[in-house]
Design a protein around this ligand. Structure first.
Ligand SMILES: CC(C)(COP(=O)(O)OP(=O)(O)OC[C@H]1O[C@@H](n2cnc3c(N)ncnc32)[C@H](O)[C@@H]1OP(=O)(O)O)[C@@H](O)C(=O)NCCC(=O)NCCS
Length: 216
């Protein structure tokens, strides 16, 4: 644990640096390769995608950063099941962001929604550390800071991990891995991960996967 990391809520004035942290941190990896194989196209689209994601987080979720803006975590309290939203509207927005790559982003978001647990929890949509600052305990500090609040309120956490290293990282932070999601057409495996609420015998278990499936 790196005790020199200070964590604070992010505001709109942090947007520029934090969008860059998200776009650069998520640029590599099996999910990125699947979404947009061309690295130049990926960089362009990712800056637009994460601008949208960060502002959505600031408006509807809880966003945290570090004193030096080298990392960002975007959480959504999901204390009630998510209301169904218009997929037509979202597809239009994704087309403006990602152009011809929009259908894969849409598929990814629909898969994530379809397998999302209904039990009250906080959802970690994104955790990203500037690649120049990896392996210094910054990601762990940001995660631990929010976990402390969740434990205080007796709330679980949920996220999707898109590679084995992240899966191991989250296992070390008290998450358990549940049934996976496999993205079609040679897509990567996604590990669904749950950090239960504190309980007399440890933590509450991974909730059962609901039967709801996407309709495509
Ligand atoms: C996943 C991610 C957020 C982790 O952030 P990080 O700041 O590098 O994480 P930490 O430094 O806390 O821990 C990472 C590693 O550093 C080690 N470490 C922790 N504190 C350390 C320290 N003070 N000095 C050196 N190493 C340290 C950890 O043991 C861990 O080892 P690992 O290689 O087996 O995973 C970061 O790698 C990232 O932004 N990845 C790209 C985006 C992404 O995939 N996000 C997760 C979405 S599911």
């Amino acid at each position: 644990m790196n005790n020199s990391v200070t964590v604070r809520p992010a505001t709109r004035t942090d947007a520029g640096p934090l969008i860059a942290v998200l776009a650069e941190a998520f640029h590599e990896g099996p999910l990125a390769d699947w979404l947009i194989p061309d690295p130049d196209d990926r960089r362009t689209v990712y800056y637009r995608y994460f601008r949208d994601a960060l502002h959505h987080g600031l408006q509807h979720g809880e966003v945290y950063t570090t004193g030096d803006q080298s990392a960002v975590g975007i959480w959504y309290p999901r204390l009630e099941p998510l209301q169904a939203s218009s997929s037509e509207e979202r597809l239009n927005a994704l087309e403006a962001i990602a152009g011809t790559y929009a259908p894969k982003f849409m598929l990814l978001e629909e898969m994530f929604d379809a397998f999302h647990p209904e039990e009250p929890h906080h959802y970690l949509a994104y955790l990203a550390v500037d690649p120049q600052h990896h392996n210094r305990g910054i990601g762990a500090a940001l995660l631990t800071d929010h976990h402390r609040r969740l434990d205080q309120f007796g709330l679980p956490a949920y996220l999707e991990a898109s590679n084995m290293r992240n899966r191991r990282f989250y296992l070390r932070h008290d998450y358990t891995a549940g049934p996976t999601i496999v993205l079609p057409t040679d897509g990567p495996i996604i590990w669904r991960m749950w950090r239960g609420a504190p309980h007399a015998n440890g933590r509450t278990p991974f909730p059962p996967t609901r039967a709801h499936q996407p309709t495509w």
